[in-house]
Design a protein around this ligand. Sequence first.
Ligand code: SF4
Length: 400
Amino acid sequence: MTNGKQLMTPDSLKRLREWFKANVAELPWRLADLDAPRDPYAVWISETMLQQTQVSTVKDYFNRWMKRFPDVETLAKADEADVFKYWQGLGYYSRARNILKTARIVAALRQAQGPCKMPETRKELEALPGIGAYTAGAILSLAYHQREAILDGNLVRIFSRLYELDFLPTDKVKERRCPSQNKVRDDRSGMTKKKATQSSAEIYWEYAREVADSPKAYMHNEALMELGRTVCKSRSPLCEMCPLNKECRAFLDGRTIEFPPAKKRTEKGWHGTALVIESADEKILAVNGGQKFLDKQLALPHFESARHATAGLPAKAEDYINADEVESVHHCGTFRHSITVHKIECDVLHVRLSTQAKDTHLPKPKGNSEKPTAFEWIEKAKALETFANSFSLKALKKVF
Ligand code: SF4
């Protein structure tokens, strides 16, 4: 474990900035002038999209999004289904939902207080739906050029290697011995004193704050993100090209492979059945809410089921339709999908009804978490463009 000596000296930060200027990649959310403050709205959208998603994937999503929703006001007036369409494929739909909620809050503030941009303090930003410590730091440093820190996976990897930190910010260990130089200010006495212990996350944030404690915080933050993405890669860091290789402990000790420690990820397997219920007049039944996945958005009915239990109409299907109205049931295949930590394997049943949509008896929700809260019939011909989630689209494509 590190002795806590700050390795990011003015000289190493200067090397980092020079490396960034010489190697900066052109990205749609970056300006040609690296010292120019960015549009806080664009920073917010791009950084939210970039969470859990590769830069190469986000580029097109970002361009499409900014064309359709160029500013907070336009976004605030959009409906959720439209927003989901432009988010479709990025996963984590709660992020899209939160973006819309926040846009409406910010737009309402603008109306009430006159022209203003996104909030300019960490406290106000972090109070908005979906904006956490990382996104707030990105908006404040990249758009408002404040001395605010960020900490994402790239920076965690770099700090872990630079200082040989053998733990992750998310590690459950509540308190650790802090690096010897770490000091905290006692608000009551105004004195600076050594702190005995810090949580794992606090140690990482402290290193991030030290890097950001500069008028060039915006560039240090972004340069580290870029360094993590292109040089200090997870599997094979390109240390010979790294501007920080003179001080990086893991590199100097030949131990880069050991840092950061592997994340203890607990993936959850889930096997289920998705229903493509088609009425006699070619409409598809969609549900909104109350499902295992994709809550509060239009989705195909789905429920947990045993593997390969695909003969006939499963009893749980009667939560959605009346068995007396079923004309035929066909198993159309299985698809795999991931939602957050869930590794999904799903059978797809095509259920044809003998009744027209308007005459079909839809049972009332019975109140457990897998029951639908609202039903909607969708024209079969428009189904592929109506659902805005990959789960439903994958199931539909097994049938049509
Ligand atoms: Fe990462 Fe290597 Fe640079 Fe260290 S020297 S920060 S391990 S790329």
